[in-house]
Design a protein around this ligand. Structure first.
Ligand SMILES: [Zn+2]
Length: 247
């Protein structure tokens, strides 16, 4: 959803604006989506040397302003925004990676990021892609998404959680079911799922090379979908579960 669509949505819901204006202005929305103050953070700046915009001075201070949205939602909006910009002009906006910021490599701890191998989207270790070398194994994105969403939709997980956590997981399961039956709405559904995932999942540790732990040479070819690959998912109740690839 872009800033125009959000402005229309807020108008439609008759959400009051910050000013006396009757309608939401898309530039306000755009500013909010890009500004850390939206989730309450304040970045001290130095204006020394005649810097007009200022340069960051010291670490950002969390919870300085009252937050309009929480930080996870803000970060997911950034992901959606970047994807939007990257996909502009392409037919049917897709949120390419709904697990952004959640996945990390079991072998070196770096993030798993989207990458293309012979025109197929895969998730691969960022350190590996930077040429430093790691397991040199990637996981086809489509298979990864199907595997993880099927795992999260398992009723045993919802049984384990309680209260708000359980409600959020049930909301996630509803969206996953909607996604499988309603392809026309896949973009907004995927954005919803990405937001919910950030609330429910603490981390996903990706064992893309299965049980093999020895790193391979940085020059070795990246192999895809190694047998025995699995992920370990930590939900916000702290428990770590093993999730095996379905294929
Ligand atoms: Zn790695």
């Amino acid at each position: 959803m872009g800033s125009y669509a959000i402005a229309n949505y807020l108008d439609g819901k008759k959400v009051p604006t910050f000013t006396n204006s009757e309608n939401w202005d898309h530039t306000t929305i755009d500013y909010m989506l890009r500004n850390r103050a939206t989730y309450g953070e304040y970045q001290p700046k130095s204006f020394a040397g005649g810097h007009k915009k200022g340069v960051p001075n010291g670490p950002p201070i969390p919870n300085y302003y009252p937050a309009v949205i929480d930080r996870n939602t803000y970060e997911t909006a950034q992901i959606a925004r970047k994807q939007n910009l990257a996909n502009r002009g392409r037919k049917g906006n897709e949120l390419a990676n709904i697990f952004g910021g959640l996945t990390r490599c079991a072998y070196c701890g770096n993030e798993f990021v989207l990458h293309r191998v012979t025109n197929i989207q895969v998730l691969a270790c960022a350190q590996d892609l930077n040429g430093i070398g790691c397991s040199r194994t990637a996981w086809t994105y489509r298979d990864f998404e199907i595997t993880l969403l099927a795992f999260l939709a398992h009723p045993a997980l919802a049984d384990r959680l309680q209260g708000r956590q359980k409600d959020k997981l049930i909301e996630l399961i509803d969206r996953i079911v909607d996604l499988s039956t309603n392809q026309e709405r896949s973009y907004p559904l995927r954005v919803d799922i990405a937001v919910l995932l950030k609330e429910i999942v603490t981390e996903i540790i990706v064992h893309s090379a299965g049980d093999i732990s020895a790193p391979r040479l940085p020059s070795a070819q990246i192999s895809k979908d190694v047998r025995g690959r699995y992920s370990e998912i930590r939900l916000w109740d702290g428990q770590l579960d093993r999730c095996l690839s379905l294929s």
